[in-house]
Structure formats: C-alpha cells, structure tokens
Ligand binder design. Structure first.
Ligand SMILES: [Zn+2]
Length: 153
C-alpha cells in the first residue's frame, strides 16, 4: 500500500511509511531514502544521525482534503570537522513549512483571488497566504535575476 501512496505523492527520495486521516485531513509519515549527505565543511559523506526532530510540512490537497507530511529533519554529524549539518529536502525551501509546489499553487492563485478567499479555502490565515506569496516572489526573482517582473498587491 505504501508504495502506491509514495508514487501518488511524486516527491523525490522519500518513502511514505504510513498515513492516517485526522480531523485536519491526511497525515503522511515520510522517510527519507538517502543514507546520509555530503558534509558542507569537508565534502565527506556523513551518515551518523545526530538528531531527527519531526516537522510537519503542508502539501497540496488530495481530493480537496488538506495533506500534511511528517518528515524527520535529520541532522548529521561529521567526525572529521566536528560539524553538524542539516539535510536539505529538495521539495521544501529552507525553513519553510510548506512544500514548494504548495507555495507555488498559492502564489498562482493570489493572481486571481483575494488573500482572504485563499486563506478560507486552505484553512490558513491571510497573513500566511501573504507570507507564501512574498516568499515565492522573492525566490523566483532570485532565480530570474534582476530582469524578472512580478505583480504585487
Ligand atoms: Zn566534515
């Protein structure tokens, strides 16, 4: 069963271990598939997990039911340079609480809809919608360089 849900999710390098239906929607427990990461200090492959606190990341809805992903934020320790390094997940920007595709979706909807409307539909606050919009706008500006033009409200 897990494999089908993992395929449905279409996120790279993770496996859906289990899922449950809560009053807030679907909660999916994810497991990263990589054994470790490259130490940003010395480049050595490090696989000793120092800690892995679980974080909740919002993802796109499935059949209009909100989806939350529970992911261990793994911090590895490098025995060579005594550094701690936190694994980056390619589908979530650093320190964000939503997947990139969720934020992209909200960003696009802000072009046609009010912050309040989207907030209602997603069960989040208008401030959070604005925060997502501004984050995605800033990210795509970075990607496009100075030539990018964006609509702001
Ligand atoms: Zn190192």
């Amino acid at each position: 069963m897990g494999l089908e849900i993992t395929e449905l999710l279409e996120l790279p390098n993770i496996y859906v271990e289990s899922y449950s239906k809560t009053d807030k929607g679907w909660l999916l427990q994810l497991r990263p598939l990589s054994d470790g990461m490259r130490c940003p200090g010395c480049g050595r492959f490090i696989d000793r997990v120092h800690q892995a606190p679980k974080v909740i990341i919002r993802d796109l809805a499935i059949l209009k039911r909100p989806v939350h992903l529970q992911i261990p934020r793994r911090q590895f320790h490098c025995p060579d340079c005594q550094r701690y390094a936190t694994e980056q997940l390619e589908f979530v920007d650093w320190r964000r609480r939503h997947t990139r595709r969720f934020e992209q979706d909200v960003y696009e909807r802000v072009q046609h809809s009010s912050l309040e409307q989207i907030a209602r539909e997603e069960g989040i606050s208008p401030e959070e919608v604005r925060g997502i919009f501004e984050h995605v706008a800033a990210q795509s500006k970075k990607r496009l360089g100075r030539s990018g033009t964006h609509k702001h409200r």
